[in-house]
Design a binder for this molecule. Structure first.
Ligand code: FES
Length: 109
């Protein structure tokens, strides 16, 4: 049986969108199919574009597996990287991320 979790996306104006995600879906896929502005995901999850960049709020940030070396390197090239920057194509929905708050940048280039 598949389980669902809830994720809250927050745009640059502070508007919240609550969406349900299936275990195993990437956060990027959830954002794209939910029409979340600001998650562009140009490379389709190949860890090559950085346009799926987002900021993960605590306490969930610390519950996630740490970024791979490739993800960490790509984050250095996004606009306005921060300590809680992650690439949403590298984060999988699961019960661990239930209720996670994800801040989406105003624009991605
Ligand atoms: S979708 Fe391109 S790096 Fe995540």
């Amino acid at each position: 049986m598949n389980s669902m979790c809830e994720i809250v996306f927050i745009d640059s104006a502070g508007r919240e969108t609550r969406v349900h995600a299936q275990d195993g879906e990437t956060l990027m896929a959830v954002a794209v199919r939910s029409g979340i502005d600001g998650i562009v995901a140009q490379c389709g999850g190949a860890l090559a574009c950085g346009t799926c960049h987002c900021y993960i709020e605590q306490p969930h940030l610390d519950l996630l597996p740490p970024p791979s070396e490739e993800e960490a390197t790509m984050i250095e090239f996004v606009m306005e990287p921060a300590a809680n920057s992650r690439l949403s194509c590298q984060i999988l929905a699961s019960q661990v991320v239930d209720g996670m708050r994800v801040v989406v940048p105003g624009s991605q280039h």
